[in-house]
Design a protein around this ligand. Structure first.
Ligand SMILES: N[C@@H](CCC(=O)N[C@@H](CS)C(=O)NCC(=O)O)C(=O)O
Length: 219
């Protein structure tokens, strides 16, 4: 089986896919697309992913985009360990926790939004950073409220990490970029610590990617 991921070291959506692949023990090659310098808009990449975002996942020549769709596909082609529960109520809960960041929070902080704030509304670097902090904190606070209603045991849905944990850990990665204090989100923090104690999560963290280590940059 051949797996290629077009991704970027800093991309939280790419992080989600890297973790899922590593939890499943599936080897892959990652091709970097620098979304900060605009490589996602180049014609060559448009042919790979017409949405012009990362990640794009290629399995034996078949292309899939959107991290949630990719992780669901991975659960289909490699059923163990299962990242999405079989029980329909649990599955819906896992997807709900996942979509909190995938659909509601993370899209507010991506480069195309930050660039639009600068070019259309004249936001300077400080204002854009505040914007990112605001939505990242909103995401953490939302997860803290949600996890207060059903405590992780020890992961969001039970004994093993899955889709929901991957997404919550990604939200915490956003906090790491912005050097946010996590003390106000103890349940989220403990869950993230549990996740990042696992090699699949730790080695997928943006700060562990070779491009980050060489460039040593945050933006
Ligand atoms: N919902 C998508 C998010 C895709 C996305 O927005 N990716 C970001 C990086 S995390 C990107 O490529 N942004 C490019 C841009 O904003 O121009 C997923 O989960 O895969």
């Amino acid at each position: 089986m051949s797996i290629t991921v077009y991704g970027f070291w800093r991309s939280i959506a790419s992080f989600r896919v890297r973790v899922a692949l590593r939890l499943k023990g599936l080897p892959f090659e990652e091709i970097p697309i620098d979304i900060l310098s605009g490589e996602q808009f180049e014609p060559g990449y448009k042919a790979v992913n017409a949405e012009r975002v990362v990640p794009t996942f290629i399995h034996d020549g078949h292309s899939i985009f959107q991290s949630l769709a990719i992780i669901e596909y991975l659960d289909d082609i490699q059923p163990t360990p299962k990242l999405i529960p079989g029980d329909i109520k649990e599955r819906a809960y896992a997807r709900s926790l996942a979509l909190t960041t995938i659909a509601d929070v993370h899209p507010l902080t991506v480069p195309r939004v930050r660039n639009h704030l600068a070019t259309t509304f004249g936001a300077d670097a400080g204002a854009i950073e505040e914007w990112g902090k605001h939505w990242t904190v909103e995401g953490l606070a939302t997860y803290e409220r949600l996890l207060a209603q059903r405590a992780p045991a020890p992961f969001a849905l039970g004994a093993e990490p899955g889709l929901a944990d991957i997404c919550i850990a990604g939200q915490v990665v956003g906090a790491h970029y912005l050097k946010l204090e996590l003390g106000a989100y103890p349940v989220v923090s403990r869950l993230a610590e549990r996740c990042f104690a696992m090699p699949a999560f730790a080695t997928s963290h943006p700060f562990e990617q070779p491009e980050y280590k060489t460039a040593n940059r945050l933006v």
